[in-house]
Design a binder for this molecule. Structure first.
Ligand code: SAM
Length: 234
């Protein structure tokens, strides 16, 4: 069984059109997600990519244990280096990493996926930077969620590559909170941003104690603080 976090990711996997789903799970670790999806007949085929020996071996072991060698290839390599155009990958999942690392992995190799592909991303931090990369690169954010597991808040972003459509436009609030999370206003949303407000305030106060100088970082944090406050007080 999957963790609550990966289970939510799995729920976002949906066929789009007639083609069967062919997944690349980058940074797959134990390959739990692709194994679960194949066992539930949600996908036809998966590549589990890993760039570190230990997790790569865990992935190989799990796929063998589940008897899924015919439908899951475990491949060793950096990001999308493990994917070829003729793998016809139409879905990629990149979960449990920082948003900047996810962005860099996408930037370096997402062109190995078929046009119109879907991404399901679960960044641990730096969600706004990731959203901004997505909309600049012809993706539309089509779904989002926030889940809570063991006191951690995790965001999930689902985006589709739509090169022929007009670019999606997001304002600063939507970049920070997520356009769909912002509309949903779930209880997890309020819980996440209440705790973000507290940690942002703490960081602002620590910087102020350490230095009297005005600086850009402080200004940015104060802006973020105000934005969160406004959303919570609405
Ligand atoms: N995706 C799984 C999940 O969400 O539970 C595992 C998350 S684990 C915290 C991150 C994994 O990504 C690690 O196993 C790490 O080796 C792998 N990783 C980090 N950078 C990578 C890269 N550039 N290419 C492939 N794998 C990478």
């Amino acid at each position: 069984t999957l963790s609550k976090r990966l289970d939510r990711v799995a729920q976002f996997v949906e066929k789009h059109g007639d083609n069967p789903i062919r997944l690349a799970d980058i940074g797959s670790d134990h390959a739990y997600l692709p194994c679960n999806l194949v066992l539930n007949n949600a996908i036809e085929y998966a590549i589990a990519g890993e760039v570190v020996q230990g997790p790569y071996q865990s992935a190989q072991k799990e796929v063998r244990l589940q008897g899924l060698n015919d439908s899951i290839d475990v491949r060793f390599g950096d990001g999308f280096d493990v994917v070829n155009l003729n793998d016809l990958i139409n879905l990629a999942t990149i979960c449990g990493m920082g948003g900047i690392l996810i962005r860099n992995i996408l930037e370096a190799g997402v062109n190995k996926l078929v046009s119109g592909h879907t991404l399901i991303l679960q960044p641990n931090v730096a969600e706004p930077q990731l959203r901004s990369w997505l909309i600049q690169n012809k993706y539309h954010i089509i779904d989002e969620d926030i889940i809570q597991e063991q006191k951690h808040n995790y965001e999930i972003i689902v985006a589709r590559h739509l090169p022929d459509e007009e670019k999606q436009v997001l304002n600063d609030e939507e970049l920070l909170f997520g356009p769909i999370n912002y509309q949903k206003q779930s209880k997890e949303f309020f819980s996440k941003w209440k705790s973000e407000l507290e940690s942002t305030e703490y960081i602002i106060n620590s910087i102020k104690l350490a230095t009297n100088d005005k600086n850009d970082k402080l200004e940015e944090l104060e802006q973020k603080y105000q934005r969160i406050k406004e959303v919570l007080e609405k």
